[in-house]
Design a protein around this ligand. Structure first.
Ligand SMILES: Nc1ncnc2c1ncn2[C@@H]1O[C@H](COP(=O)(O)OP(=O)(O)O)[C@@H](O)[C@H]1O
Ligand SMILES: [Mg+2]
Length: 462
């Protein structure tokens, strides 16, 4: 966190420094070059005027030069000098020795211009050869010191420096504040994450504003909500499961205790009690088997999907449940069509059909009827299990797929139920990408309708 803050700060600081450097060099260089150009053209035209006048003299000497100079207005120049062909000064308004290098070059026929910018002034020098019809006769030197222009440029530069320094400082300050604000919001989010990671699933992050960080906070809150929900479910499940296992275990203890404590119990009663113990053990076995099925579905163990024909699966389940149906006086009917194939686990499809038909038989009335139908649409395979039984009250319908939920506990228990059958059906249907709905049957009873995605012939290989 700290390092990101530092990195952003460093990047912007470097950009600001670059801008500062650019702002403090580039304009000065530009205006200096403009002044150089200006000086060159002004000085060369004046030097030209001077050389022209000098070449008109009969002889190049001090008196002639002085006279020419009175005609030309060259008072702005700091130094004016004229040398003869050998470089000997004929006229010089300065006191120091002349720089011979430039003069020698001018005596070779070349014009030399040199301008230097230092803090105090522009120092410009122009040396130009003087010739008449007979050829080169000498050279002139003009030297100028311009403090005014120099001062102007320095003032601009000074202003630019103060301006860019203060803007830069303000930008850095704002940047630091902004980064602090952002990092403090991230820190707040990290604190919320730690709180929730510590197990406080009630906790919600306080979201402010509508930017990316707020979005992150909202996402986090949604995640926490899901976590809280899962956690509540898990607790409830453990509590329900313990309760469910406790009841048969308590009966087993009671029965065995009474056998042990009652020494005079006759053999027939003992056998009856032991049979009851066996019955309770069977119930425990069924419940644990169903719990295992559920946990397998929860784990989403990847089954290798195979084509499962619902017609065959339904016929198998109906055959298994025929004895129970006869016992209950319930008629089993089926309207099964060919080609209702689903890609999935054969085991899961067996569970689905068995549980639905078993319920339809168990929660039925004598003389009632159970109908199993299959059908296929373009994209879906349909399965319907309907009965003319006791029905499910509307208020209970939303909950019947929950684990251990039973409308009539006593009836379910009597029929050997555990309240897990429909949870298994529900989870298995979802694991196959299907959907399940429950509704009332007319004039009485219940209808379960299931839809599965219909595989292409490529997928089933049929
Ligand atoms: N076809 C049905 N008709 C009426 N009630 C049903 C039907 N199927 C399920 N139920 C109700 O839903 C409850 C949950 O079903 P299920 O999960 O299979 O548990 P159980 O082990 O009790 O059969 C049952 O206890 C019963 O009250
Ligand atoms: Mg059941």
């Amino acid at each position: 966190m700290r390092s990101i803050r530092f990195r952003i700060f460093a990047i912007i600081a470097v950009l600001l420094v670059m801008m500062f450097l650019l702002l403090n060099t580039y304009p000065v260089i530009l205006s200096r070059d403009a002044v150089f150009q200006e000086k060159r053209s002004a000085m060369s035209s004046q030097a030209y005027a001077l050389t022209h006048s000098l070449s008109g003299l009969e002889t190049l000497n001090a008196a002639g030069i002085a006279e020419v100079l009175t005609f030309l207005d060259l008072s702005d120049y700091e130094r004016i000098a004229v040398v003869d062909r050998e470089g000997e000064p004929l006229y010089d308004s300065g006191k120091t020795a002349l720089d011979t290098a430039d003069i020698l070059r001018a005596l070779e026929g070349r014009t030399v211009f040199r301008s230097r910018f230092s803090e105090a002034a522009f120092l410009s020098t122009m040396v130009m050869p003087v010739s008449d019809q007979g050829g080169l006769i000498g050279a002139v030197l003009l030297q100028e010191r311009d403090t005014e222009r120099a001062r102007g440029i320095w003032t601009v530069q000074r202003h630019l420096r103060t301006l860019s320094l203060s803007i830069g400082a303000a930008a850095l300050l704002l940047e630091a504040l902004f980064i602090n604000l952002i990092t403090s919001r991230f820190n707040g989010l990290a604190k919320s994450i730690r709180t929730v990671a510590g197990g406080d699933y009630h906790y919600r992050h306080t979201v402010r504003g509508h930017d990316e960080i707020s979005e992150l906070g909202e996402e986090f809150n949604q995640l926490t909500e899901r976590l809280e929900h899962t956690e509540t479910e898990r607790r409830r499940f453990v509590a329900d499961a313990s309760h469910e296992l406790k009841t048969p275990l308590a009966s087993i203890r009671l029965l065995s205790d009474s056998i042990v404590q009652n020494e005079t119990m006759d053999a027939a009663t003992v056998r009856e009690f032991v049979a009851d113990i066996g019955g309770e053990a069977q119930r425990l076995q069924r419940t644990t088997e169903k719990l295992l099925t559920l946990s397998r579905l929860d784990d989403e163990v990847q089954f290798v999907p195979e084509p499962v024909d619902l017609k065959q699966t339904a016929l198998d389940a109906l055959a298994l449940l025929r004895p129970l149906a006869q016992e209950e006086g319930v008629r089993l009917r089926s309207e099964l069509t060919e080609g209702c194939v689903v890609m999935g686990s054969r085991d899961d499809m067996d569970h689905i059909l068995f549980n639905l038909i078993e319920n339809a038989v168990k929660y039925n009335v004598p003389g009632g009827c159970v109908t199993v139908k299959t059908g296929a649409e373009d994209e879906q395979v349909l399965l319907e299990v309907s009965d003319t039984g006791i029905g499910i009250p509307e208020a209970d319908r939303p909950y019947i797929f929950e684990r251990f939920y039973r409308v009539d506990k006593a009836r379910s228990r009597e029929a050997g139920g555990s309240g897990l059958g429909l949870s298994i059906v529900h989870d298995a249907v979802l694991a196959h990408g299907g959907s399940i709905t429950v509704g009332p049957n007319k004039p009485q009873g219940t209808v379960f309708q299931l839809r599965f995605p219909r595989p292409t012939s490529e997928e089933t290989g049929i």
